[in-house]
Design a protein. Structure first.
Length: 65
């Protein structure tokens, strides 16, 4: 499974390629692809944060016992 950082790196690559692209339709597709990767990066962060919070809570409970 790709991480948030992986998705951001893929988005950056797409943006770089889009800027160098001479065909407007391909550049537009690459920018759309970059936007999708950035959305996936955000989703990955949101999915990871609650899990981290749950782990922290679990650790606190275990420390009390």
């Amino acid at each position: 499974m790709l991480t948030s950082d992986d998705h951001r790196q893929l988005a950056e690559r797409c943006i770089r390629l889009a800027k160098e692209c001479t065909k407007p339709s391909v550049a537009e597709y690459l920018m759309t692809l970059a936007a999708n990767y950035l959305d996936l990066a955000e989703q990955a962060l949101r999915l990871r944060e609650p899990a981290t919070a749950v782990r922290r809570q679990h650790i606190k409970v275990m420390q009390k016992e």
